[in-house]
Ligand binder design. Structure first.
Ligand SMILES: [Zn+2]
Ligand SMILES: [Zn+2]
Length: 417
């Protein structure tokens, strides 16, 4: 489920309602668009409703870690996956609720800011622990089978902290959102509060102007876009370490009117390394594809074609597999005009993490290929964002050069991941 966030406009201060994955924030009041810098873990607080005799300075904020993303396991003779969406207590304390349940989704959370004058408890449980707990709860992972785990990847994850405000009243702890009793605070509470820290300026979200760094024209993109396009000088940008960096991009033309340009990361494997997979022919042989390997496949440097957008895990691997196998049918693109385009909402860093899973998913004999994954070297070289034309067939969107199809419903589902 999605978090709904009440953020103030960085330009005029007006309240704006955002979704968890939103990066490009358009203000309906001042009409300025700002781009939220990612990277750090976002910090949110549940809104409190404390009684008037409790001072805001006495609120104690308890950290919960929220993890949302797809996890892939290459284990035994299978590639398994699950979508994980969990919010768990990030400190060791038996008196406090272990999970926030559905509360973060049922109310608007606010980014932690200077108005939160109380005490913030430091997180002591590592994100890894919280992920592992969540994995054990998924029905997919029958870990008691003790099959060897060859490779594991988290893809498209968001990690954030959500603070639950609590207060002490006559020795009893209260939840400051509901004003319901949590339990007796116990004698260690004051020592616990002494170890807290106050709000840090660096926790606040930071923003970039969305004017093109090259020509200063306004850039375009949807709210969850990780790549912004300048329709004036035809450049493409992504945020890295707090600034916009140019991206190599191309758009492949199709033969029909009204096509949708859907983005993929073309990740070419670096040449000259000691990796086993250098050419397309290497990939076809390694994964035992039921195709005839031709001379031209030997000369074509291997590129992986990974969706630059979120999809359910099974479809994500399937589309990456099909496009990678049929890459020689995709014509060269141009970086000229981008028509109607689907937003990039999966970064190339995330896409790179999926490469071994794509090899595993493509392998005809998983028994033979999965044990080779730990030592398989796939050093990413040149990365290009390529938009491929898809035309609407009603239920499906069809890619004319490769016949790869994506259902419209799967794209809609992916926007919510
Ligand atoms: Zn504004
Ligand atoms: Zn420009």
């Amino acid at each position: 489920m999605d978090l709904v966030i009440e953020q103030s406009c960085p330009s005029c201060g007006a309240p704006i309602v955002l979704h968890e994955t939103d990066r490009l924030i358009g203000c309906p009041y001042c009409e300025v668009k700002n781009y939220m810098i990612g990277g750090g873990q976002a910090r949110f607080a549940l809104p409190d409703k404390i009684p008037s005799h409790i001072a805001r300075e006495d609120l104690v904020y308890i950290p919960y870690l929220r993890f949302k993303g797809s996890i892939y396991y290459c284990q035994g003779q299978e590639v398994q996956h699950a979508v994980i969406d969990t919010t768990r207590l990030a400190i060791t304390a038996d008196r406090l609720p272990a999970s926030l349940g559905l509360r973060p989704q049922a109310m608007k959370v606010v980014p932690v800011n200077a108005d939160h004058v109380g005490h913030f408890v430091r997180q002591t449980v590592q994100p890894e622990m919280i992920c592992n707990q969540a994995i054990k709860l998924t029905t997919l992972f029958t870990l008691e089978q003790k099959q060897e785990l060859y490779h594991r990847a988290f893809i498209g994850e968001t990690l954030s902290r959500i603070y639950l405000p609590v207060y002490l009243q006559e020795g009893t702890l209260f939840d400051a959102v509901t004003n319901l009793e949590i339990g007796r605070a116990g004698s260690s509470w004051s020592a616990f509060v002494n170890q807290t820290i106050s709000f840090q300026q660096s926790w606040e979200p930071r923003f970039l102007s969305t004017l093109c760094p090259r020509c200063a024209a306004p850039m375009a993109g949807e709210t969850d876009a990780l790549a912004l396009h300048c329709p004036n000088c035809q450049s493409m940008w992504e945020e890295k370490d707090g600034q916009f960096i140019g991206i190599d991009w191309q758009s492949v033309r199709g033969g029909r009117e009204g096509e949708l340009a859907i983005p993929f990361w073309k990740i070419t494997i670096e040449d000259g390394q000691d990796g086993e997979l250098k050419s397309l022919a290497d990939f076809l042989r390694f994964t035992n594809q039921p195709v005839v390997v031709r001379g031209e496949d030997e000369n074509l440097q291997l590129s992986f074609w990974i969706p630059a957008f979120k999809l359910n895990p099974a479809l994500f691997l399937q589309i990456a597999h099909y496009l990678t196998v049929s890459q020689k049918r995709i014509p060269q693109g141009e970086s000229e005009i981008l028509g109607q385009a689907y937003p990039v909402n999966l970064s190339h860093q995330e896409a790179v993490q999926s490469l071994k899973c794509v090899v595993a998913a493509a392998a005809l004999s998983k028994k033979k290929v999965l044990p080779l994954l730990p030592s398989l070297k796939l050093p990413p070289g040149k990365i290009t964002l390529v938009y491929l034309p898809f035309h609407d067939m009603g239920h499906d969107l069809l890619q004319e050069h490769t016949s790869v199809a994506i259902t419209s419903a799967a794209l809609r589902f992916g926007r919510k991941l």
